[in-house]
Design a protein around this ligand. Sequence first.
Ligand SMILES: Cc1cc2nc3c(=O)[nH]c(=O)nc-3n(C[C@H](O)[C@H](O)[C@H](O)COP(=O)(O)OP(=O)(O)OC[C@H]3O[C@@H](n4cnc5c(N)ncnc54)[C@H](O)[C@@H]3O)c2cc1C
Length: 379
Amino acid sequence: MDFLFNEDQKQLKQKVTGLCEQNLKPLEEKVGETNVVSREIASVLAEAGLFRLLVPREFGNTTETPSLVSVCVVREQLARRCPNAELIFAMQGLGSYPIVLFGDKEQKAKFCPLIASGEKIFTLALTEPNAGSDVAAIETEAVPSGDDYVVNGQKVFISLAPDADIYTVILKTDKSKGSRGISGLVVEKGCPGFDPGKRLDLLAAHPIGAPVFRDCRVPRANLLGEPGEGMKIALQNLDFFRSTVGAGAVGMAQTALDEAIRYAKKRVQFGKPIAQYQVIQFKLADMATELDAARLLVYRAGYLKDHGQTRITMESSMAKLYATEAAQRIIDQALQIHGGNGVVKGYLVEKLYREIRLMRVYEGTSEIQHLVIANMLLR
Ligand SMILES: Cc1cc2nc3c(=O)[nH]c(=O)nc-3n(C[C@H](O)[C@H](O)[C@H](O)COP(=O)(O)OP(=O)(O)OC[C@H]3O[C@@H](n4cnc5c(N)ncnc54)[C@H](O)[C@@H]3O)c2cc1C
């Protein structure tokens, strides 16, 4: 895929690969399958300057605004086998990009240095018990009171909660206006009435929780954009980050393919390595072809965005949909090639099999990606 990368991005890919091998993998092994955010891993990402890719140039990036291709490069490489690092990097982006897009001068001056330095960990709080795919159904409400908003409501499935420090919350500032009454508000952990909530235990390791707001006072200065711009904020944020989920899926699928090839070459049955059977060879060929197709869709979305296409809604949804579904199939085949060993707890393909499942749900399920693509085709 390097033909789409500029020199900086080629170097970035090498740098992240080296960082994974030398610094991150030993830490990942130490941390293991955890549902707690590792600050040590976050520090390594910060020291390597990777969070600077998520802010505008004036706060340390080398490009004017975050480059989608660069963010995808990082996410793909981290996803090769540094799952904790990949999630932290992804959420630092998803949680903070609304500030980069819609923050005013003061908000950017306050928050961008915290994003870039990794001093604070960011996340996005959108989903609620009664509002998942149907974002307009959110009930969390912010009511003006003096210089503050008073926020009440419950979020759920918020990645990195309760450990994250700063939550970009999508909520209602005017319930009478339906989806036009939705806004974005930056909430800092520790403000009165913010309860970081309980941790959830998922099928695969993934720090995630359900923060609650009880008469939580948040300065009105933390409102992003104008009241009522929340849907726009959420959708533009997803436009950018959905293709990065695809990049993560591609990284995981690449690892699964590598493992399958390695295993097929060494596993001997009926007197020869299973890699010599055509059935296995065809599986590997299909896996590699699907993987390349997925990667092309991901970097096409990134390339178009970085070259001035303002909205990449369809390209981003296609990248997310195809890459996550293909990665699930590729990892499933890699597990099949491992036979019984593939389902033994602790085997790499067994972990990937559980981890990839989450990606087909978050940032819009596969069904929602189909709806988005169909809507774009039919409008
Ligand atoms: C690992 C993980 C991490 C997450 N991280 C975050 C996070 O950091 N921040 C955050 O805000 N949220 C997060 N989420 C929430 C995630 O975005 C939602 O789970 C997702 O959008 C689906 O919402 P839901 O779970 O309520 O399912 P529902 O919306 O209830 O959907 C249930 C099923 O119905 C289908 N469906 C729904 N509507 C339609 C329709 N119109 N047509 C056809 N089918 C439909 C869905 O595709 C799905 O199969 C995370 C979720 C997971 C699993």
